[in-house]
Design a protein around this ligand. Structure first.
Ligand code: DI6
Ligand code: FE
Length: 393
């Protein structure tokens, strides 16, 4: 079959699960028809309307940032300074700073202003080869403000595919009783989100300063009853057994996991829940408790890596730097880091049509000015992207 385009004279990181490691192919090529890969492998003769000589560069799948909170207004630089003076994240949150500060600024902003700010942040990611971004709501915390955020997120994506996640259960809004807010989420917001297809998944923050496991279980029951997948901010600051709770609801992912125990990891392995590690938050909060990487490996849990881009705990605008931090701080291997921002990040979002260079997958590519795949993880604050291939198809 004739291709629309071929990318020839390339070296491939296919991320093919049937091959070891990154599924490397020397002297490779990728063929595309109508936005889909029709062939990826050793160079061969394929007729094509357009032939692109990659000059022996490496091609990876377009990168996937599977956990961001990039729609918000305001900034938290003063909180950063307070933490440098010794205040803890929990102390700041309990004193009305933290998430509530961003909620106030976000509620006051128009949808147009939020879109403008979000597009700038998205550009930082896409400039480094990202082609799919997960974006959470969660800085509205009222029906009106959360729906504003969901519509802003749905309207993004002039330069990347967007997966939208509803994070109404991010913090308790200042003016509401706990039971009333959970009821609002479950009985009014989730049914409307499902009916109007405003989000693909529902997330929550299971933590002492946010929502209890029982509240999250109520939320997840409502989400799954309405056909929405779930994900969870789990065991970041303490072990409330969030990973096991997420697994019980067949969650796509459990994220953070610094305090997750062996039982939680076993439950994730059984449920096929992806572990999303967020080294930006670990770094910014100067945490010392490492996520249980060895146990995740031992139990065969799929590991992804993301930026957690948010104004409080992870003002990190680089997925390559997240990968570098995952290696240096969490001791992930280069292979784990690169699978974590491609194939495994796709799985954390429930996608099987991307994150790999395989026939049938979306033709989202990143073409790199590097001599070896490890260079994507090794440098700090350097962007080796040559060209990104993404189309809305
Ligand atoms: N965990 C996080 O790391 C972010 N949200 C969450 O649930 C923090 C969000 C913020 O501080 O604004
Ligand atoms: Fe987060």
């Amino acid at each position: 079959m004739r291709a629309d385009r071929v990318f020839r004279n390339a070296r491939l990181m296919t991320m093919d699960p049937a091959l070891p490691g990154l599924g490397l192919v020397e002297r490779g090529m990728v063929a595309e028809v109508a936005g889909r890969i029709t062939y990826a492998g050793p160079e061969r003769d394929i007729a094509a309307a357009e032939r692109i000589d990659c000059e022996n560069r490496w091609i990876s799948p377009g990168l996937i940032d599977c956990h961001t909170h990039l729609v918000f207004a305001g900034d938290r630089a003063a909180e950063f300074e307070a933490r440098l003076e010794g205040a803890s994240y929990e102390e700041i949150a309990r004193a009305g700073g933290g998430i509530p500060a961003t909620v106030n600024a976000t509620r006051a902003a128009t949808a147009a202003e939020l879109s403008r700010l979000a597009e700038i942040r998205m550009r930082a990611l896409t400039d480094e080869g990202v082609t799919t971004v997960e974006v959470k709501s969660g800085y509205g915390l009222s029906a009106e403000a959360e729906f504003k955020l969901l519509r802003v997120i749905r309207g993004l994506g002039q330069g990347a595919d967007i997966a939208c996640t509803f994070l109404g259960a991010h913090a308790l809004p200042p003016d509401m009783a706990r039971e009333d807010y959970i009821a609002l989420l479950c009985n009014e917001m989730i049914p409307r989100i499902a009916a109007e297809c405003l989000a693909e998944a529902v997330d929550g923050f299971c933590e002492g300063i946010a929502f209890s496991p029982a509240e999250i279980a109520t939320l997840f029951a409502a989400a799954t009853a309405h056909g929405l997948r779930v994900k969870l901010h789990a065991d970041q600051l303490s072990n409330l057994h969030g990973a096991a709770l997420a697994a019980r609801f067949g969650a796509l992912s459990a994220d953070h996991l610094e305090h997750t125990d062996e039982a939680g990891i076993r439950a994730m392995a059984r449920a096929g829940t992806v572990a999303v590690l967020l080294p930006g938050a670990f770094y910014a909060l100067r945490e010392t408790k490492l996520p249980p990487v060895a146990a995740l490996r031992a139990h065969g849990v799929t590991i992804a890596v993301a930026t957690d881009l948010n104004p409080g705990t992870s003002p990190l605008f680089s997925l390559l730097l997240a990968a570098n931090m995952a290696a240096t701080q969490f001791r992930l291997t280069v292979t784990e880091c690169l699978l974590g921002i491609t194939r495994n990040a796709a799985l954390a979002l429930g996608y099987t049509d991307r994150g790999m260079l395989l026939a049938g997958a979306k033709c989202h590519l990143a073409i790199w000015n590097i001599e070896h795949p490890a260079e994507l993880v090794y440098r700090i604050g350097y962007n080796p992207l040559h060209k990104r291939i993404w189309s809305a198809a």
